[in-house]
Design a protein around this ligand. Structure first.
Ligand code: HPA
Length: 278
């Protein structure tokens, strides 16, 4: 059956949510940061207002452990920013529009820059747990939904989305240098999950050019780019997948714990990056 899609059906709820957020908080963020599993940073913002996702009009309910599910609005060095503690995933059963709702909402608020973080498995043998990886490109290994294709099409038709612009990547690298934080770079394979990959799948993804693997980020990064937002994605390597014995032991708890340990480096890097964003 053919379903008619219209951009209004996705923009209108986000616009309403944005209006009520501004009425509630008086804050119009310029930059948004999405924090992945176990990444707990930016606890020191000024003039903060914390809203559970459930208190935001139209926000779909989250369910994953290690994800707080709240939005902090506040200021960092005088600049209004939004921090999403947690995100929504396809494997939770959310349709695409829910997964990208935070992005659509930030777009409705006028946000220009989105920084996405995630915890990821390291496929490339040069990666170790705790490493930060700047995403230079991605491979979309998730089956896309009819809805996702329809909205990307309506928003600009078939076109190349330059998700990771060279000038933005350079800004992130400069920020890492200034902050004294080591950062690697690579290609992120975005899978649907919720199970971690089999050894055979990891071999395939490695051969296909993936350096890190995770279950998020790609749909949001693509939608943000389709909406002409500037996107930076950083993975925090929580486990390595080239050690099969270790792979069998990988648990969500371990992923959350390693992410928490490398959070300080990530925070220092992001603070240096925020200063550089135009
Ligand atoms: N695979 C997929 N997603 C992940 C992993 C992994 O090994 N680690 C953290 N998120």
């Amino acid at each position: 059956m053919h379903t008619a899609y219209s951009l209004e059906t996705i923009f209108e709820p986000a616009r309403k949510a944005a209006e009520s957020l501004i009425a509630q908080t008086g804050i119009r963020p310029e930059c948004a940061i999405v924090l992945g599993s176990g990444i707990e940073i930016f606890e020191d913002l000024e003039d903060t207002q914390v809203l559970p996702f459930s208190a935001i009009e139209g926000f779909p309910a989250a369910s994953v452990k290690g994800h707080k599910g709240e939005l902090t609005l506040g200021k960092h060095q005088g600049k209004p920013i939004a921090i999403f503690r947690g995100r929504l995933h396809r494997y939770e059963g959310h349709p695409w529009r829910n997964v990208v709702f935070p992005i659509t909402l930030m777009h409705a608020l006028g946000v220009k820059h989105v920084v996405m973080t995630n915890s990821a498995g390291g496929i490339h043998h040069y990666l170790t747990p705790g490493d930060l990886v700047l995403i230079r490109d991605h491979i979309y290994f998730q089956p896309t939904s009819e809805e996702e294709r329809a909205f990307l099409y309506l928003q600009g038709g078939p076109r190349q989305l330059f998700n990771y612009k060279p000038e933005t990547l350079a800004m992130a690298i400069d920020a890492a240098l200034e902050a004294g934080v080591a950062i690697k770079h690579g290609t992120y394979a975005g899978l649907i999950g919720p199970t971690y990959e089999t050894p055979a799948e990891l071999k395939l993804f490695g051969k296909a050019g993936a350096d890190v693997v995770g279950m998020s980020t790609v749909p949001e990064a693509m939608w943000a780019q389709a909406l002409n937002m500037n996107v930076v994605c950083i993975s925090c390597v929580t486990n390595v997948t080239h050690n099969i014995a270790a792979l069998a032991q990988t648990s969500h708890e371990e992923v959350v714990e390693v992410a928490q340990r490398s959070s300080q480096n990530l925070e220092n890097l992001l603070k240096a990056l925020l200063k550089r964003l135009p």
